[in-house]
Design a protein around this ligand. Structure first.
Ligand code: MLZ
Length: 265
């Protein structure tokens, strides 16, 4: 996992703090992921959340599952944590006296649904009940502060978990910004949203934490409470206090060599 993004040096260089893990609605020890590709389960259709459908695990990544609704196409896969309330063992729906629904975008005639359901479940491997974990409780309050670092799902590319910063806080909502990327991926969410994780989450789950975008704002914050900057940080320091330097983090194939640092203002 050492080829993935490493927080330690980055936190030091940016003089930033990571949001404490108890601020998140995530279990402190990430849940075990025992699911296997091909297993079937019940899932709320993300495009029509009141209906419960049959889904197949088409991928396993960290504590998440890549899911595809049976009878749907392969263009609408979605990702859920193994402790998400959106998923449950096959049979749950029936036990509760409900009916399994065809997914939005069911490719065949609705009249074929009962037979399709029978066929898709016959001989398939159902994910055992024990694989589904209980959703952790909500932290009582929104304690996030602007500037705190975290890991967050990129909702435009939901298979990606990326280094992120709290950009704003309003009531029980937080604004998620992605380090090194323009605002195009930013979003507001509730503080207890399941798409945000403490620093170190991907490392613990074995999920892949994405690299920073190419325009990283390194802000030196030399106040008493901060640890002294590293040698590398001192070398790149251009002016004495609170200077902001935009550093290209990786060379692009097009440019060949790295661009010189740009100083705003
Ligand atoms: N292929 C996409 C990925 C962007 C991911 C950004 N995550 C915050 C792109 O390069 O636009």
């Amino acid at each position: 996992q050492n080829d993935h993004f490493q927080w330690e040096k980055y936190l030091e260089e940016t003089g930033s703090l990571s949001a404490p893990s108890e601020y998140f609605r995530q279990s402190k020890i990430p849940p075990a992921n025992d699911f296997k590709v091909g297993m079937k389960l019940e899932a709320h259709d993300p495009r029509n959340t009141t209906s419960v459908c049959i889904a197949t695990v088409v991928g396993v990544t960290g504590a998440r599952l890549r899911l595809r609704l049976d009878g749907s196409d392969n263009q609408n896969d979605f990702w859920r944590l193994v402790d998400s309330p959106d998923i449950q063992p096959v049979g749950t729906c029936e036990k509760e006296g409900d009916l399994l629904q065809p997914p939005l975008g069911y490719q065949m005639n609705t009249s074929s649904w009962p037979m399709f359901l029978l066929r898709t479940l016959t001989g398939s491997e159902m994910a055992p009940e024990a694989f589904f974990k209980k959703e952790p409780p909500k932290p009582p309050l929104n304690n996030f502060k602007v500037g705190m670092k975290l890991e967050a799902v990129d909702r435009k590319n939901p298979y990606l978990i990326c280094p992120a910063t709290i950009g704003n806080v309003k009531g029980d909502e937080v604004y998620i910004t992605f380090d090194g990327w323009s605002g195009a991926f930013n979003y507001w969410c509730k503080y207890d949203c399941r798409d945000i994780f403490p620093v170190g989450w991907c490392n613990l789950t074995g999920d892949i934490l994405q690299p920073l975008g190419s325009n990283v704002l390194i802000t030196k914050n030399t106040t008493k409470t901060q640890p002294p900057p590293s040698k590398a940080a001192q070398r790149s320091m251009q002016s004495p206090q609170n200077s902001a330097i935009i550093l290209p983090t990786h060379q692009t194939k097009k440019s060949g060599r790295p661009k010189p640092p740009v100083c705003p203002s």
